[in-house]
Design a protein around this ligand. Structure first.
Ligand code: 5GP
Ligand code: ZN
Length: 122
């Protein structure tokens, strides 16, 4: 996977963003697993979190701060931050991304399960 044929590189370049700063972008997940489900990605392409050592330390820290800023911008007090690493952990897009999940009580369960249960209760 190279930046030329990467979906998230393309979305960083030309998608619509909730927030963007300092080489990072936040955009809505196309298939939300919680009331609020935002993806946070670095502009710099790495396939997975496994390669985080390729980021200068200050850039890695800035990425974590950008997640906090995005949550604050969305008015989330409590939320869950998830990163899938590899196919058997559920990673389907091979450009490092963080799932920011919040909104209706996530209930301390895995997001997909929490959403399914919340929908059954509606
Ligand atoms: P992963 O499964 O790799 O951890 O997360 C990939 C996420 O990207 C999934 O939650 C999926 O819904 C989301 N996704 C896949 N294709 C698109 C797309 O074209 N646009 C957006 N906004 N999200 C996408
Ligand atoms: Zn990419």
């Amino acid at each position: 996977m190279t930046p030329n044929d990467c979906l998230f590189c393309e979305l960083v370049r030309s998608g619509s963003h909730i927030l963007r700063a300092d080489g990072f972008a936040a955009f809505e997940d196309i298939n939300p697993k919680a009331e609020v489900h935002v993806l946070i990605v670095p502009e710099r392409h790495i396939d997975t979190f496994r390669q985080i050592g390729e980021f200068p330390p200050e850039e890695a820290l800035r990425m974590l701060e950008f997640i906090v800023e995005t949550a604050r911008f969305l008015g989330l007090e409590d939320y869950r931050v998830l990163c899938t690493v590899g196919p058997s952990a559920g990673q389907t897009v091979f450009h490092l991304h963080w799932h920011l999940l919040g909104g209706r009580d996530l209930g301390g369960r895995l997001p997909a399960l929490a959403l399914a249960e919340a929908e059954r209760e509606d």
